[in-house]
Every structure is written in structure tokens, then in C-alpha cells.
Design a protein around this ligand. Structure first.
Ligand SMILES: *Cc1c(COP(=O)(O)O)cnc(C)c1O
Length: 448
């Protein structure tokens, strides 16, 4: 098949909401690691500095939330996953070892958004306190707790748009530091997330529109107030670097679990993708540390594959002036039970950084997500939300999907795949109320 014919088939599958697997033809074309793409907005130094800052922030998190945040700080366990917990299509023997990265267990915010959201809000608070002459850059982050600094932060506003989890993360850390917080919620946001934010003292503005429209509404509001800061999910490098700082945590845990990355065996990482910041940051951070050895795959719902829609635009055509692709261009509505992934248009920043790095992407039906939620709960006691389980499809698909045949051959075939380590990034779920969770379990049991 020619590349054009391949692309037409992919686009037809995308429009028809048929689950598909796409291998990124641009991966590795210009090497790996920072600078892999021309004129990149972030480099290895940004990544290294973010990792160090994230470590230094942990004392502040423990001080702000002494009951919720223990010795490990804002970090999550890496658990082995029994082969029986994977979708039945998988020949478990052939897939190598599978782990789950439990970001559902992240303290306070209960999702991967604790990484990016906390990192950006603390970085911003520290920067404005330094600008105001209240702190010096060499002071520890705990100095944000000093009374004069808190009084200053209480005069400043934070704004963010969210389908739910980013709002929870920014809202909870922002309020804890003393900021006034306004969260613009898209149509996808669940009532309990709004209630939780209001209880923390955040103002919740409800929009009947999709997520991208809520982002633009929040941006417009923030632009009119110089004492405010907008946490920009489309453009923020701070959010992105907060997610990237998860990379050393994972590499250390793999070592502790006996995975000998030094032997050169491949690491496959499967991360659910919404606008792209969380999975993109993780893929970027891991590629800084491991280069070609890590193969990052994103998972998107069949109704909201916004990153795939953008990456299918040839790089040559993706100028800064070009309009971003949207899932609406494919006749899709972006509606999914996976609210964290209900995004119609990807981040341009992240799409650009992923072109030379991402290994591939696959799409998943909602019924499958619900079935995974039910299976992981009944079989492994893991309480995950539908957005959090999309990556569970990956290990099996990489072994069996005909669309990955060329990729498997290039990797070295079955023998190499069998030595691979897979990390399925479980991105959230521990805060979900009982009634919502049991409704998913019922739906998941029906789905099979
Ligand atoms: C936000 C979110 C994602 C995806 O992150 P993006 O930065 O939007 O791509 C995945 N899972 C959960 C649970 C989320 O809340």
C-alpha cells in the first residue's frame, strides 16, 4: 500500500470510530532526546531543572497536606500486573512484563494532573513572590507558607479550564496556597468534581461547550486581569515539565523491580491522551533519559482522537499559522465516558514535540474502557476511572495488530517483544464517588 492509501484507510477508520493503531512514521527521523525536532521550545536543561525542582517541592506538599502526603511525596507506586488482567486478545507469553503506574494513587488530586498542575502552580507562586521581593530564588519552596507570602498570594487569581481533573488539581493546590481560584468547566465535567472544588473554596464556572471553548473563555477572562495567572493546557511548558518530571521516578522504580534497562530491552509506555500535556510530558521526559529505547504510545477514545487527527497532518504542512485539526473535521463529537480524554483539539506545543518522539497511538471504544474498569476492580482491586485504563489496550495490540507488523519486524520480531517491559499508565480514579464507580462497574459488566 502507498502512504497515501494508508492515510486514506486511517482517516476512514477514524471517521467511522473503528479502533485503530497508528505507527508514527516520523519517529526518530532526526535522532532522539532534546533537540530531536528543529527549533524545539524545550531542551534537556529545562527537563533536568524541572526534575530537580519537583524533588525540592515535595517538602512543601508534605507541609500543605500533612495527612494526605506521606514520605514519598507526590509520587505513585509501580505495581506488576497479572497477565489475566489484560484484555483477552493478548498472548501474555509474547508481550513481556507488564506494570501499572498508579497515578490514581497520587495524593490529594487522585490523578496524573497532580504532577503538572501542582508543578505549575507552585512554580508560579514562587516566581511572583520573588518578583514582589517577598522571597529570594535560593529559598526553599516551604517559604511560600510564610504569612506575608500567603497574604500576597491571596490577592492573586488563578484561572484554569478543565474537563474535571485539571481543575481539581489546580483548584486544590491553588486554594491550599491561598490563591483565589476560578475553574471553567466544560460540558464533560462531572457534578461531583464541581462540588469538590466549591467545597475547597474555588469558584466554578460552568460552560455548556466543549473543553477547547472553556479553555478560550478562561484565557479571555485572565487576559483582562493583570493580577491573574492562566494555567494554559494548550501552551504551558510548566504543566508539560511537571508531567515530564515523572520520568526519573519511573526509571528508578523499574530498576527496583528488577527491570534491567541497561540490557537494552525495549520499554513500551502506554499513556491515555487528552489534549496531550500529560502523556506528552511523560514521553518527553522518558526520551530525555532513555532515547530510542523507550517507545511511547498514546491511547485515545474513538470519539476524541484529537492528537492522532493533528499528527496525521504532514509535518511540512503544520505551520504556526495552520489551523489545528479537530475531531469535528472527521465528523466526530468528542463525547466519551472518559471525561479526562474528552478533548476535541490537541495542543500544538505537544503535537510538535511528539512528532519526532512518539512511537504510535491507538484508539479505544468506551465499552472496552468500561470493561477494563470492571475487570481491574474485580480482579486486582484497582479503582480506576475510564480515562485511566485506555493504555491497557496497548500491550496486546502491539503484539497482535496487523498494523504493527512492520513496527514489530523493525524492533527485532517476537524474541525482542517477549523481552519488552510495558508500563500501562493508570491516570486517575481514587477520588471517584461510590455511586459513579458502581454505575461504571454495571456498565462494564454489560460490556463484557
Ligand atoms: C487529563 C487526563 C489525561 C490526559 O492528559 P492530557 O494532558 O489532557 O492529555 C489522562 N487521564 C486522566 C485521568 C486525565 O485526567
Amino acid at each position: 500500500m502507498t502512504i497515501e492509501a494508508d492515510q486514506r484507510t486511517l482517516e476512514a477508520d477514524l471517521s467511522a470510530q473503528r479502533p485503530l493503531l497508528w505507527i508514527n512514521p516520523e519517529r526518530g527521523r532526526s535522532g532522539f532526546g532534546p533537540g530531536a525536532g528543529a527549533g524545539e521550545p524545550l531542551d534537556e536543561h529545562d527537563f533536568t531543572a524541572a526534575c530537580a525542582a519537583w524533588v525540592r517541592m515535595q517538602g512543601l506538599f508534605r507541609a500543605l497536606f500533612p495527612e494526605a502526603v506521606g514520605a514519598p511525596g507526590i509520587a505513585s507506586p509501580l505495581d506488576p500486573l497479572a497477565p489475566a488482567m489484560l484484555p483477552a486478545t493478548l498472548d501474555a507469553e509474547g508481550a513481556g512484563r507488564v506494570f501499572v503506574k498508579r497515578d490514581d494513587q497520587l495524593a490529594v488530586a487522585g490523578s496524573i494532573k497532580a504532577r503538572g498542575g501542582f508543578f505549575e502552580v507552585v512554580s508560579h507562586a514562587f516566581a511572583i513572590a520573588c518578583e514582589a521581593g517577598l522571597l529570594h530564588p535560593e529559598q526553599p519552596y516551604e517559604a511560600l507558607l510564610d504569612a506575608p507570602v500567603r497574604a500576597f498570594l491571596a490577592t492573586r487569581r488563578l484561572m484554569v479550564a478543565s474537563t474535571g481533573n485539571l481543575g481539581l488539581s489546580v483548584g486544590l493546590i491553588g486554594r491550599a496556597l491561598g490563591f483565589a481560584v476560578e475553574v471553567h468547566m466544560s460540558r464533560d465535567a462531572k457534578a461531583w468534581k464541581k462540588a469538590r472544588l466549591r467545597a475547597a473554596g474555588a469558584r466554578v464556572i460552568e460552560h455548556a461547550s466543549d473543553y477547547i471553548s472553556a479553555v478560550h473563555a478562561a484565557a479571555a477572562e485572565a487576559a483582562s486581569d493583570p493580577a491573574s495567572h492562566f494555567v494554559d493546557d494548550e501552551r504551558s511548558t510548566a504543566l508539560f515539565l511537571g508531567y515530564a518530571a515523572a520520568a526519573p521516578e519511573l526509571v528508578r522504580q523499574l530498576g527496583e523491580s528488577g527491570v534491567a534497562l541497561e540490557a537494552g530491552d525495549p520499554l513500551m509506555v502506554h499513556v491515555p491522551c487528552g489534549i496531550g500535556g500529560a502523556p506528552g510530558g511523560i514521553a518527553f521526559g522518558l526520551s530525555c533519559l532513555l532515547g530510542a529505547q523507550v517507545h511511547a504510545f498514546f491511547a485515545e477514545p474513538v470519539a476524541a482522537p484529537c492528537m492522532l487527527a493533528q499528527l496525521l497532518v504532514p509535518a511540512a504542512k503544520e505551520g504556526a499559522q495552520e489551523r489545528l485539526r479537530s475531531v469535528y473535521d472527521y465528523g466526530l463529537d468528542g463525547r466519551t465516558e472518559a471525561d479526562g480524554l474528552a478533548v476535541t483539539q490537541a495542543s500544538r506545543l505537544v503535537a510538535g514535540l511528539m512528532r519526532p518522539r512518539l512511537a504510535g497511538l491507538y484508539t479505544v471504544r468506551d465499552e472496552r474502557l468500561l470493561a477494563h474498569v470492571a475487570r481491574l476492580w474485580h480482579g486486582a482491586g484497582m479503582r480506576l476511572e475510564p480515562s485511566a485504563v485506555a493504555g491497557l489496550e496497548g500491550p496486546g495490540r502491539l503484539v497482535t495488530d496487523p498494523a504493527a507488523q512492520g513496527w514489530r519486524a523493525a524492533l527485532g520480531g517476537k524474541a525482542v517483544l517477549a523481552r519488552a517491559t510495558h508500563v500501562v499508565w493508570a491516570t486517575g480514579g481514587s477520588l471517584v464517588p461510590e455511586a459513579t464507580f458502581s454505575a461504571w462497574l454495571d456498565a462494564g459488566a454489560d460490556a463484557g
